[in-house]
Unconditional design. Structure first.
Length: 106
């Protein structure tokens, strides 16, 4: 969620915030990292659709779009992939780095 403040929010307030980015995180991120679970909330309809990601083949240089629900892959152009996240599984430290960069925190 796109929020940076010292004020703690309730889970229902958090899911109402604008989405900053959608990614896949490593399986252990919640259970074994330093992140705390602060609560549980029902997700609203904007979370019913799953994001699409892009891939770029390192050998051919060809792009494709990946459906994160079924992992279907369809050929795409670089332009079609421009506003999508790269298909990857993020480690907690990389997610934290991205948040620091977005919010200008060093």
């Amino acid at each position: 969620m796109d929020y940076c403040d010292v004020k703690a929010l309730e889970p229902d307030e958090i899911v109402a915030l604008p989405i900053l980015f959608e990614i896949s995180a490593a399986k252990y991120t919640i259970k074994k990292s330093a992140w705390l679970v602060v609560g549980k909330a029902d997700l609203n309809e904007r979370f019913e659709t799953k994001p699409f990601f892009y891939k770029k083949d390192i050998i051919s240089g060809k792009y494709s779009i990946v459906d994160s629900t079924w992992l279907n892959e369809v050929p795409a152009t670089e332009t079609e992939c421009r506003n999508l996240e790269k298909a990857a599984v993020w480690e907690p430290c990389h997610i934290e780095d991205r948040l620091r960069q977005h919010f200008g925190i060093q």
